[in-house]
Design a protein around this ligand. Structure first.
Ligand code: GLU
Length: 321
């Protein structure tokens, strides 16, 4: 079926999605990272960006929150830019674990395979893959420059979050050394873990994440800068990873009910990609039991349903001025 949507209809759906989700009260801030426990739980923002750069922003869309697991998306893209999608498949894999994001059990089950760059194990492995090897500063620059290119503006390290996370990341230290044991860390293990922890501690706004999502939806062309950030072949690969594991053990339920591949983070962010159509991002700190933002999920689902959109629908969507 052909669906034609006007920009004003999309804006109206986003406004309604925001105001409907704003009154929800469930969930709780992540508290295993002390800094996150203290973020104002009432913050809530929703941002949509179209491939031509048109943006719709509602609520706290300029607030810089911890990107957390959503950082796994840009670094997976960077690993593909540097080593090709086939290289990432061979060194990390593209399988959903069906288990929580920080599962050690998942590594033991697939000991030859961290499984996907979008869970902690594969993300630490992806950080180890980033060139130039052995040079922490240069690797960090590559990681943050890539995020800047995808967002069209720079992220900002939240130093307090980085310290809070570094002081408490014992589970991730265990993951890193277990991966090393299985030859799935491709640089210094401590450096790889530190880069992962630092990238999770970057502050971004929902408006920036919507631009990142729209860049993926537009096949690698950033709508704000017009720059081809990554080659077109990477877009369906990263969207596949997002679709298969973006909500960890609830990814199937999420895709089934929302119709949009999306990646969540324990900072309360959600980034959704509707290929060829738009990017969407939402942020609200209180999380459900799987670590996904309650309000952000509700807003994105409402938006998709109210426009009749779905990545599996097979519709051709055009947007008019
Ligand atoms: N930095 C967090 C961790 O490694 C990210 C988890 C997430 O957002 O899912 O535990």
């Amino acid at each position: 079926m052909d669906i034609t949507l006007s920009k004003s209809r999309i804006e109206e759906a986003a406004r309604e999605a925001y105001s409907n989700a704003a009154s929800l009260t469930g969930g709780a801030n992540a508290d295993y990272i002390p800094f996150l426990a203290n973020i104002d739980p009432k913050l809530f923002g929703l941002s949509v960006m179209l491939p031509d750069g048109t943006a719709f922003n509602f609520g706290d869309t300029g607030y810089k929150f911890g990107i957390e697991s959503i950082s796994k998306v840009p670094t997976a893209i960077l690993a593909m830019r540097q080593h090709s999608p086939a290289g990432v498949l061979q060194k990390i894999g593209a399988d959903a674990t069906g288990l929580p994001f920080n599962s050690i059990f998942a590594i033991l089950l697939e000991n030859d395979h961290p499984s996907t760059p979008l869970v902690n194990a594969g993300a630490i492995s992806a950080c180890s893959m980033i060139d130039p090897k052995g040079d922490s500063d240069a690797k960090w620059k590559a990681i943050t420059d890539n995020i800047t290119d995808l967002c069209g503006s720079a992220p900002e390290l939240i130093d307090e979050l980085y310290k809070s996370e570094s002081a408490t990341n014992f589970n991730n230290r265990a993951i890193t050394w277990l991966l090393k044991n299985y030859d799935r860390i491709y640089d210094d293990p401590d450096m790889s873990l530190d880069l992962y922890t630092r990238q999770c501690s970057l502050g971004v706004t929902s408006a920036q994440l919507a631009a990142m999502a729209a860049t993926i939806a537009a096949g690698g062309v950033n709508p704000l800068t017009g720059r081809q950030v990554f080659s077109r072949e990477i877009a369906p690969k990263i969207t596949t990873l997002i679709a298969t594991v973006g909500f960890y053990q609830h990814t199937g339920d999420w895709l089934y009910t929302s119709g949009i591949p999306a990646k969540s983070g324990v900072g309360g962010g959600v980034l959704g990609v509707l290929p060829g159509v738009l990017g969407i991002a939402a942020f609200a700190p209180p999380l459900d039991s799987a670590g996904n933002s309650v309000k952000a999920q509700a807003a994105v689902k409402y938006f998709m349903q109210s426009l009749g959109l779905g990545v599996m629908n097979g519709d051709r969507v055009s947007i008019t001025g």
